[in-house]
Design a protein around this ligand. Sequence first.
Ligand code: PFF
Ligand code: NA
Length: 453
Amino acid sequence: MTSATQPRIQWLGRWGFLLAATGSAVGLGNIWKFPYITGEFGGGAFVLVYLACILAVGVPVMMTEIAFGRRGRGSPIDAIRRVVNESGGGSAWSLIGWMAMLCGFLILSFYVVVAGWSFSYLWKMLSGGLSGENVDDMVAVFVANNENPLNLGFWSTLVALLTMFIVGKGVQEGIEKNVSWMMPGLVVMLLVLIVYGMFSGGFGEAVTFLFSFNAGSLSSEGMLAALGHAFFTLSLASGAILTYGSYLPKNASIARTTLGVAAADTVVALMAGLAIFPVIFANGMNPGQGPGLIFMSLPLAFDAMPFGTLFGILFFAMLSMAALTSSISMVEATVSWLCDNKGLSRRAAAWGTGIVLWLVSTLAMLSFNLGAEWMLAGKNVFDWLDYLTARWMMPLGGLGTVVLAGFVLKSDAFREELGLSPLLYTLWLTMVRYVTPLGILVVFTDALGIYSV
Ligand code: PFF
Ligand code: NA
């Protein structure tokens, strides 16, 4: 029995959801953000906490979100409302859905800027504008690329347009097709970089940096960043996974799909670390460089290796594609909600959302040039969008989701949706009731400084 009130389109084919969810998860979070925040927070200890958060928080939250989506057959707001109506709980719980929808939108508004970097570097690779002797040259290229708002704005606008174009075309046509060849391609490119790294002199240092756990070296802020990144990298609490789950056929296994997506995402992130840090150490760069880290380092590797231009083109092409399969998932909640509730066509919903998005993303883009001085509490617009979503909205949204599923709902909805053996169901329930919420709460309150008195 389902609580669907209307028939809903479903993924075409057995692999539709898995491909789309993997496409959503694997993106700039893995290849751009994971290395740069790992560098910022000092390596091994951060990586360990991040991996723990994937297992203890990310996996249970993802299962719960997919179950909400499939049970409620709608965008986060509608799906949560339907499940709550069926299973008990007040209507205020749909606030989780509103926050998720807003969160996906806010993430996209800075994500298009980073994706714009990727597209512009692809263009530079193609047109020969990415050669340089040393780190300073590459830093100069990055800075010059940001300096002119018309240039940077061109690339972020291009990404916004492509995203809305694909989303407007619809679930089946737009999303499923590219992931199956792009993902293996990306992995091959990372392997090329890793093999190059093994001969470049920085590999040992990179492995030590990433995997030697030096207890005590992680600040509470770093722990919160690791938690937030677990949400970000798995596309959680942003409406993406929940809404994709609403198109999932009843017979698919939620647990198995979740584990597949989480594993693929984690493997790509760790490979990205192994690909990037050797270049950083071999060239004497500071790993805590910030958001420009991969753009300042990887071109040096491509410049030095055989067939580097070809590999560089392929790498940035696939990174740009990976960014797009993620960006389209960030507005799926909003577009789906507009279609279901406001009677808009997908096309109208996508372009309407796109206009507002473009305005906010332009503010984020200006953080790297004209608006570099528009600071509030030491953060520019770009930083604020990242900070608000990853450190606040996603952990809180995730907490609400598991508390709702674990304690508030009184029916067998989740038992039915998850379809697990009694033992595994108990494991899931234990996680969402105790392990996940406690994990989130401890990290969160720790970062607020509550224990430091
Ligand atoms: N998971 C994506 C990445 O790692 O690049 C980012 C993301 C996608 C976050 C979709 C949130 C979202 F809803
Ligand atoms: Na990811």
